[in-house]
Design a protein. Structure first.
Ligand code: NDP
Length: 247
């Protein structure tokens, strides 16, 4: 199966840490050509250099997914460098949870901007290219929180439910164009995600929970690779996974 990944051009948002970084490393070992997007340019540049040194091919492009023009530039950089985009992994996300009564309205806005609009901008940026080629694969990152509502992560859960809804609609709309749509929905995976929680009490509880159950990020990378490596006529619609120890 690995040969279905070799040579593919994969755009990854949120590649500077956690799941995006782990996926970049894994796909690079399988021969994918990568375009890495995130705001922390120094991190993705260091990752790209490391992958190059190991014989891979990766470019770093500073990208804030809340900026539509920057997301378009990220995808265009892939087309300019490699002539095509085969896969986009819309992975960038934040999780600043707090009870609704604390009215962290700015955090609600940011979650909607990054977790929903960021995904939509990624979709908008690749669609014309993929539709013209009648080929492509859009992978969006939801969560177990896209299946359940888990206060005080109510707004986060709402954004991850939205990602699942729009991915499924995308899948159906894109069948005439041979474009695959996959949702990857992880449970607790050890990354920097909890650093985005500003509420001290919630942060403490989440950190304790993650310390107990979280699994390494290569679990996610393998799930993404499984979806990509399928033959073009097989669309893995969703992969939902979690630590064996997570309820
Ligand atoms: P991390 O915090 O480790 O990584 C988040 C990534 O998103 C970073 O690379 C960060 O890069 C990027 N990011 C955040 N905001 C922006 C922005 N405005 N523009 C561009 N990039 C941005 O967390 P994870 O790796 O865990 O998160 C990845 C995805 O996985 C998220 O969508 C998250 O919701 C989802 N997820 C994670 C789970 C987990 O347990 N870890 C479980 C379920 C889902 P930078 O700051 O450099 O821009």
């Amino acid at each position: 199966m690995g040969q279905n990944i070799k040579g593919k051009v994969v755009v990854i948002t949120g590649a500077s840490s956690g799941l995006g970084e782990a996926t970049a490393r894994h796909l690079s070992t399988l021969g994918a050509r990568l375009i890495l997007g995130a705001r922390r340019l120094e991190r993705i540049e260091a990752l790209a250099s490391e992958l190059h040194a190991a014989g891979g091919s990766a470019l770093a492009v500073k990208t804030d997914v809340t900026n539509r023009t920057e997301v378009e530039a990220l995808v265009q950089a892939a087309i300019d460098a490699y002539g095509q985009v085969d896969v986009i992994l819309n992975n960038a996300g934040i999780m600043p949870q707090a009870p609704l009564e604390k009215r962290q309205v700015d955090e609600w806005d940011r979650q909607i901007d990054v977790n929903i609009k960021g995904v939509l901008y990624g979709i908008a940026a690749v669609l014309p290219h993929m539709q013209a080629r009648k080929s492509g694969h859009i992978i969006n990152v939801s969560s177990v929180a896209g299946h359940k509502v888990l206060p005080p992560g109510t707004v986060y859960c709402a954004t991850k439910h939205a990602v699942r809804a729009l991915s499924e609609g995308l899948r159906m709309e894109m069948t005439p164009y041979n474009i695959r749509s996959t949702i990857v929905s992880p449970g607790a995976v050890a990354t920097e995600l909890n650093n985005s929680i500003s509420d001290p009490e919630v942060a403490e509880g989440m950190k304790a929970f993650y310390q107990q159950v979280a699994i390494p990020a290569d679990s996610f990378a393998r799930a993404v690779a499984f979806a990509i490596e399928q033959p073009a006529d097989v669309d893995i619609n969703e992969i939902l996974f979690r630590p064996t120890a997570q309820e």
